[in-house]
Design a protein around this ligand. Sequence first.
Ligand SMILES: Cc1cc2nc3c(=O)[nH]c(=O)nc-3n(C[C@H](O)[C@H](O)[C@H](O)COP(=O)(O)OP(=O)(O)OC[C@H]3O[C@@H](n4cnc5c(N)ncnc54)[C@H](O)[C@@H]3O)c2cc1C
Length: 490
Amino acid sequence: MKRILYIPFDHLHRNFGALKEADPKNDVIAFVESARMTTGRNWHKERLFFLISSARHFAQSLEEEGFTVEYIKAATTIGGLDAIKKKHKGLPITSAEPSSFRQYEALEKYGVSFVPNDFFLTPRPLFHQWASEQKSYLMENFYRKQRTRLNILMEGKDPVGGSWNFDKENRLPPPKKYEGPAYLEHKRDAIDLEVAEEVGHTPTTTWATTRKGALAQMRNFFDNHFAEFGPLEDAMTTDNWALHHSLLSPYLNNNLLHPAEVIHAAVKAFNTGTVPIESAEGFIRQLIGWREYVNGMYWFLGPDYRENNQLQASIKLLPLFTDPSKTQMNCMKQTVTDINDRAWVHHIPRLMLLSNLALITGTNPQQFLDWMREVFIDASEWVMVPNVIGMGVHADGGQMMTKPYAAGGAYISRMSNFCKPCVYDPKLRVGETACPFTTLYWDFLDRHKEAFAKNHRMSQQVFGLKRLSDLPELKERAQEVLEGLEQGKI
Ligand SMILES: Cc1cc2nc3c(=O)[nH]c(=O)nc-3n(C[C@H](O)[C@H](O)[C@H](O)COP(=O)(O)OP(=O)(O)OC[C@H]3O[C@@H](n4cnc5c(N)ncnc54)[C@H](O)[C@@H]3O)c2cc1C
């Protein structure tokens, strides 16, 4: 044997990273299930189950291919690698570049040599070059470059359909009583059951833990959901927890699926002529635009970016985030219950409910970020940090997004069916039945009006404050709402 190839739990693809040129005759494959990863934090058990079971299935597939596989449990990754290295006479260790600053530093210090991380469509140096040339890091500008560079949905130099973006068509509210196609369920096997027992969890049948299952999920999306993805992309409804979202993020992030495979399938489906451009473009933008941009920004902005708190937000994480019985707000109760059930909600509840509430209450960004990291099936440091610190709670002072995504109850009422049965009224901003989102939205704008007045994209919202004749009463109500939320009574 010549080398040890270390495979982190998010590099589970045979054709990319360190495994791309692996050979059973030369390479020992190393997996480490570190206690830091499993018991270090209050991880959602569905998430732990998914990550560990996927890695064990993948390790088994390599063994079946004839590789010598070392899969060990250890206190830390380095401790585990040390044990494997001793067993294999000090062979050198190679890995693909890791996906977080912390792991990069630890492995580099230990002497692991890296091959480039090719689990994305954009090499890190290429993104760095793009970002270094920008005055502001607008995702839309990056996305257009990507479309051209990768030649996706292009007719020569022009975008297919005559426009780069069909967002206007993609903002429909949920239809009444919307059922949609049945959810795909994934059967559990012996490895799943073993992992479930070890982590003390009864898993759902929502998430696949094998490449075969991930490919089935991808097929299910393109066959049954892709055409309708766009228009209902932002809608939220208690009738259907996934609507037409792909549910592919966990597999893209642990690399049971490579983004190039998903894009290839998307373009192929679009070329059959049965998928409207607004759905195809909307989905492809999420992948070649948002996902690549977020990863690029994580590496470009550096390890200290995570600690930003430019709005000086200091409220402790509200109890409703960990216990949905601690709120009467229907939208929050339903969303946190959904997260407890299957470790996933789509981008609008993440942005316009969870993050919006953290933003307008002034919740400490790092406490909120840590909670988000722990509870989502697809959470990784590279993707959560920019999404939460930059997009979700505007803690970076606008480095990533030109304005904060703050909204009152009117938005939630328009885009969901949460408000009708709720005890709070989205139209009211004062009084005991006022929607906390509406009250806190105005209070947030008022608290930061000097800073936001300088931002031309916010000036109209801030100007709206002048029309509020009940601002003193609203500020009082905002204090009551905050206290009620902190006590778990609102
Ligand atoms: C505050 C906040 C936190 C988020 N945290 C995560 C996270 O920890 N992990 C994660 O994978 N996504 C995260 N997202 C992005 C997005 O919410 C999820 O990727 C999506 O909900 C996953 O479900 P899906 O696969 O059905 O996505 P779809 O709606 O079907 O979208 C297709 C794919 O696009 C990609 N994508 C879309 N938006 C983003 C984005 N903003 N950043 C990165 N990838 C994107 C995902 O890979 C996703 O699978 C976050 C978004 C917000 C606003």
